[in-house]
Design a protein around this ligand. Structure first.
Ligand code: HEC
Ligand code: HEC
Length: 263
């Protein structure tokens, strides 16, 4: 048996050749990796500099953004808003798929700001202009002097709001008294408007559209909100989500409702 047989000159040449190819491949791969990183960085910068409300106009960008946004929504928002975005009237979490917005008009740029800074989240750029006072408490509201209301007055306001939402058979005397309280001493008009249709500049909901944050508009549920108040919190994701992911999830949420009248 032969050991340490010297290599033929042909196989020595092929080994040398393989080394040269390998050595040449390293810088080529490096250049390729740098090029890919640069392209990705440029795409990211362009994505962040673009008008958030226009991203869905570009079909290729839209498809990519919506797929990414959906993943981020499922991982960060679905626990409260539901995997389908329809929220829960048991916890007071709004439906993100309807045309009813507490804040603004449902644009991607408006939602982006809500995701970044939250609602009543403690972030100083978040939405926190008004809370629903707890009229059953001795001091209903810390930010403004408002009267406590008696259980009877709360029932009258409930009758008024139920009548405003089309419920038949409410006692007309109670409805009229509730109307007077709403537009007068109760101070409801100040946030919800005299027509009770709300104010999206401060997050005071429309009280006449048959949609309720908490409960189903029953006498019990409406009177409970007036008695105990309401101040829903959506967390601030600034520092928790990458800015490109914040934007992607905002664009995704803006796609869940069909409203197009802000374009
Ligand atoms: C801990 C529960 C919770 C999580 C997590 C959460 N939200 Fe919210 N979100 C709420 C609640 C409660 C409100 C209602 C606030 C209010 O009543 O003013 C809300 C309100 C909103 C609104 C305003 C809806 C409207 O009708 O105007 C948007 C938009 C929103 N959330 C988006 C998101 C997105 C996107 C995420 C994930 C990145 C998210 N939220 C995560 C609880 C949550
Ligand atoms: C200081 C502003 C302010 C005043 C005054 C006020 N509200 Fe509200 N109200 C709000 C806000 C803000 C919300 C939404 C709270 C939230 O999103 O968690 C709300 C929510 C409600 C809701 C629940 C609406 C829904 O869609 O689920 C009812 C009912 C309501 N208010 C009735 C009244 C009545 C009746 C009065 C007067 C007795 C009144 N509010 C006075 C700010 C106000």
């Amino acid at each position: 048996m032969q050991v340490n047989q010297p290599l033929s000159s042909a196989s020595a040449r092929s080994i040398r050749l393989r080394r040269i190819v390998l050595l040449a491949a390293i810088p080529l791969l490096l250049i390729l990796a740098i090029a890919v990183a640069l392209i990705e960085r440029r795409q990211r910068t362009e994505f962040l500099q673009a008008d958030a409300d226009r991203i869905l106009d570009d079909p290729r960008l839209a498809a990519k953004t919506l797929a990414k946004g959906r993943d981020i929504f499922l991982a960060n928002c679905a626990t409260c808003h539901g995997a389908d975005g329809r929220g829960s009237t048991a916890t007071g979490t709004p439906d993100l798929t309807d045309e009813d917005f507490l804040y603004g008009t449902g644009r991607a740029s408006e939602i982006e700001s809500i995701v970044l800074h939250g609602i009543r989240s403690g972030d100083d750029k978040g939405w926190d202009l008004a809370w629903m006072p707890a009229y059953g408490q001795p001091v209903p509201y810390a930010r403004e002097k408002l009267p406590s209301l008696s259980p009877g007055e709360i029932e009258q306001l409930t009758s008024y709001l139920r009548a405003m939402n089309g419920t038949k058979g409410e006692d007309p005397t109670a409805v009229a008294a509730g109307n007077v309280l709403f537009e007068g001493r109760g101070g409801c008009w100040d946030c919800h408007g005299r027509d009770a249709q709300g104010d999206a500049a401060i997050g005071a909901p429309n009280l006449t559209d048959g949609k309720w944050l908490r409960g189903d508009g029953s006498r019990r549920d409406i009177s409970r909100i007036i008695r105990e108040g309401l101040h829903g919190v959506s967390p601030a994701f600034r520092g928790r989500l990458d800015p490109a992911n914040v934007r992607a999830v905002a664009v995704y949420v803006s796609s869940l409702h069909a409203r197009k009248d802000h374009e």
